[in-house]
Design a protein around this ligand. Structure first.
Ligand code: PMP
Length: 390
């Protein structure tokens, strides 16, 4: 049987890690995989996470199973960060193994409810397409971003959404768009909210980078505008980036809107899907997040460190954009983008030459992870980019 299978390509970003690791140059630069890094190139365990882990080490007295829906206190506290303390809607959530697991549960729920189509922006995080396809949904696309001009294609996006049909799902990135860093303005979020409400579309909002853009509250504003307007929404939350819990596979999916009994029914279906997929989620990451959010001093320290991480991203981004300056018209847009990523108009051959000649590693899509820069690298990286942009 195994012989009848065809080998699958390695994920290009994971393959890039291997190439980077085997490069012996000391001044190599990793702008590939999407994790936060500090000035030493390290992805740190956040202070509040360490402190919460110490508490858990002392107080946790059982490793018995958690419930299939996960830790209800974690689910409720996380929602206060994402949806606010009162979003004015019925909400029911289920813990999930990371944002990817949350998206998969949401996609399976859509399929179970008889929904067949999900609209995603172009470009988007590649795994969106894989997850939705694996759940049996048909993926439709709306234009989102034009790489050469670095501009959101808002008129084209809304024209595409106007052609969607009632009951279609629409994937939206809550903040810090992956791979472009390009945000909708508050006014544009309001237009999207009006369209989804009027047409009876189901927003599926992917929140993976809250706090990395303009601030913890600011980055949730668009999401909150949409869920306030839409009859029903799904929200997939990843704790990988804003709690730095990547490998702990921590996240949640929320059904929002309609009656309390309707969201409870959605929750029971999400639980059934989870139960038949992996039975129950891992506990450690959610116990850490619960402990942080339930302890005022830890929560304050978490926010303080998150603010510093955002400050580092903004400073590097502005440094890079300034160093590129008027050599490329897109530099102003890059300076204003948010989060870890920007998508640069570079040719594949040039990106491969950057690796070979300069030890600068980025995927052939042209996406860069700003957090992979060190302040000392900015001028050199900008100088190698300038001749390739445009
Ligand atoms: N959504 C987006 C847009 C992402 O970039 C990621 C991580 N790269 C995720 C969701 C999922 O993250 P995880 O499964 O690691 O929590």
């Amino acid at each position: 049987m195994f012989d009848s299978l065809s080998p699958q390509p390695q994920d290009p970003l994971l393959a890039l890690i291997g190439l980077y690791n085997s490069d012996t140059r000391t001044d190599k630069v990793d702008l590939g995989v999407g994790v936060f890094r500090d000035e030493t190139g390290h992805t740190p365990v956040m202070r509040a996470v360490k402190a919460a882990e110490r508490v858990l080490l002392d107080t946790q007295d059982s490793k018995s199973y958690v419930a299939p829906e996960g830790d209800r206190v974690f689910i409720d506290l996380l929602w206060t960060v994402v949806g606010g303390t009162d979003c004015g809607k019925a909400v029911a959530g289920v813990q999930a193994p990371g944002g990817s697991g949350a998206l998969r549960l949401a996609a399976d729920l859509l399929a179970k409810a008889g929904k067949t189509r999900v609209w995603v922006g172009v470009p988007t995080w590649a795994n969106h397409l894989g997850i939705f396809g694996s759940a049996g949904l048909s993926v439709q696309t709306y234009p989102y971003f034009d790489v050469p001009s670095q501009a959101v294609q808002f008129d084209r996006m809304t024209a595409a959404l106007e052609s969607a049909e009632a009951g279609d799902a629409v994937l939206l990135h809550a903040s810090c768009h992956n791979p472009t860093g390009a945000q909708l303005t508050a006014a544009q979020w309001a237009v999207v909210a009006e369209i989804v409400a009027r047409k009876g579309l189901i927003p599926l909002i992917d929140s993976a980078y809250q706090g990395f853009g303009a601030g913890l509250e600011e980055d949730a504003a668009g999401l909150r505008t949409v869920i306030a307007a839409a009859a029903e929404s799904l929200v997939a939350v990843s704790c990988s980036k804003f709690f730095g819990l990547y490998r702990e596979r921590t996240g949640a999916v929320y059904a929002v809107g309609g009656s309390q009994s309707a969201v409870e029914t959605a929750r029971s279906n999400l639980v059934t899907i989870a139960r038949t997929s992996y039975s129950m989620p891992p506990d450690h990451g959610s116990a850490v997040v619960r402990t942080i959010l339930a302890t005022p001093e830890l929560k304050a320290d978490w926010i303080a460190e998150l603010n510093d991480m955002r400050g580092r991203l903004i400073s590097l981004r502005q440094g890079l954009a300034t160093a590129i300056g008027n050599h490329w018209a897109g530099s102003t847009a890059v300076a204003g983008q948010q989060g870890m990523f920007s998508l640069l108009p570079m040719k594949e051959a040039d990106i491969l030459a950057l690796r070979k000649d300069h030890g600068i590693y980025m995927p052939t899509s042209g996406r860069i992870n700003i957090a992979g820069l060190k302040q000392a690298d900015v001028a050199r990286v900008a100088a190698t980019f300038v001749p390739l942009l445009g």
